[in-house]
Design a protein around this ligand. Structure first.
Ligand code: 5GP
Ligand code: ZN
Length: 111
């Protein structure tokens, strides 16, 4: 989608630190990490947020979450996945993405 920063990252028009890629999903390190492991997992197809995504994309994201967690070595220690949605969710980039956070004991409260 024009003017979408994550579409530009997926297309390689904006550089990113790639962690994982398959036919449907691209994952890269967050530019402003909130934990030792902070990866953004993004469908290649543009959806504004989780309300819009189709079942195939949701399944592809789940597969990618598992692959990234293993690859980053947090599958046994544990991790958190978050997808911010809309104004009250503090979504700042309107291309569906999942944050995968780990590598540290995260706060028990999320908000
Ligand atoms: P949101 O607030 O929408 O849930 O998350 C957007 C995330 O994208 C933020 O954590 C922010 O640091 C990250 N981000 C924004 N622009 C860029 C960028 O150009 N490159 C990377 N790697 N991350 C970005
Ligand atoms: Zn996009």
């Amino acid at each position: 989608m024009d003017n979408c920063i994550f579409c530009k990252i997926i297309a390689g028009e904006i550089p990113s630190n790639k962690v994982y890629e398959d036919d449907n999903v691209y994952a890269f390190r967050d530019i402003n990490p909130q934990a030792p492991v902070h990866v953004l997992i993004v469908p290649k197809k543009h959806f504004a947020n989780i309300l819009e995504c189709d079942a195939e994309t949701a399944a592809a994201l789940t597969d990618a979450i598992r692959a990234v967690a293993k690859q980053e070595g947090v599958d046994e220690s544990g991790f958190r996945v978050i997808s911010n949605c809309g104004p009250d969710g503090a979504q700042s980039v309107n291309h569906l993405h999942v944050h995968l956070l780990g590598g540290v004991k995260l706060a028990e409260r999320m908000a």
